[in-house]
Design a protein around this ligand. Sequence first.
Ligand SMILES: [Fe+2]
Length: 437
Amino acid sequence: MGIAYMPGFGNDFETESLPGALPQGQNSPQRCPYGLYAEQLSGSPFTAPRGTNERSWLYRIRPSVRHTSRFRAFDAPHWKSAPNIDDSELPIGQLRWDPTPMPNEPTTFVQGMRTMTTAGDVHTQVGMAAHVYAFNEAMEDDYFFNADGELLLVPQEGTLDLFTELGRMEVAPGEIAIVPRGMMIKVGALEGPARGYVCENYGAKFTLPDRGPIGANCLANPRDFRTPVAAFEDKEKPCRVQVKWGGRFYETEIGHSPLDVVAWHGNYTPFKYDLSTFSPVGAILFDHPDPSIFTVLTAPSGEEGTANVDFVIFPPRWMVAENTFRPPWYHRNIMSEFMGLIHGQYDAKEKGFVPGGMSLHNMMLPHGPDTFGFEKASTAELAPVKLEETMAFMFETRYPQHLTRYASETKTLQDDYLDCWDGLKKRFDGTPEGKWD
Ligand SMILES: [Fe+2]
């Protein structure tokens, strides 16, 4: 660990777990050191502009084409892909869920994936899916890669042991990780069961947002992103590779661990990021800027300023604005907002939105502070206040998010979410002051 990574900006890294394993001066020598095979993993078209061109050269014990059986289909009934429009019969609405329960039966990361929403179309590589994972068993001889998109992992409980082709990372709650499209992984947890959120991004890769007039500093800084160093398994035993491809699942047998990359160089890599290193920028006199000021990573759609999906956080910060309603105001949005809470309390919803829970405020559906939040923020003494011990996040996409049947039928769906706005009174009485009792 320890190599800073700047998503999408073309850095090139190199790392080897045996001395001299990395060929120098040439990507594909006639014979690689240690008898390794050279293999390129392309994360962008060959001809992508230099600033967005991503590929890595992997030097591995066997090429990944070496598997011992043909692929066959298998069922992962709760991991859905867009388009998945008719899966749920629940009418549109503002929705909120309690935390997903931990499994009782032995469950791996792949088996424990539950899709909540899908958006766009996996076949044309636009849109995303929002999932939760909950698992209690490490993948031992099972490996997985997702050809349909990159995975943004947001642990909420339990530290992930994320072993990728390019190295191994521990990813704790409060950190996030990106697994690039097509990269082999196996996932365990350091201790206990693990739960978290996943954004499966079908579209262009997540990158850092432009800062505009903010300048060269703040928000997520490139130096805080970390790629792994090379690490490999030299394991000769029956293993299984599972693949998500075109919204379907396939598996094949393999006689060895596919995490056998001894050295690599390139810029198509997994990475992790500690959310506490995000430097928020906000109002320092009055008014409430849009939550886009808290964008950690953005996946562009091709239309300027319109993300395929943004990853936004609501981190600890000082609230100092004068004469300003400080929680997010009521609003309606062309974008669709899927929110989760990693820990603590969210300032617009102090009750009901709990760590491990979720909410969905879909395209053009109104939402905002609950009655308690409105009353409190409307009458609060406006001294500087620090929001501490809190970390909420949002997957915000330009596409409507369609519910899965699981999301609409699970017991964790809150029937009474709408009631949180019930007590909002008429304050208008024809006087400029309004009626405040
Ligand atoms: Fe919103």
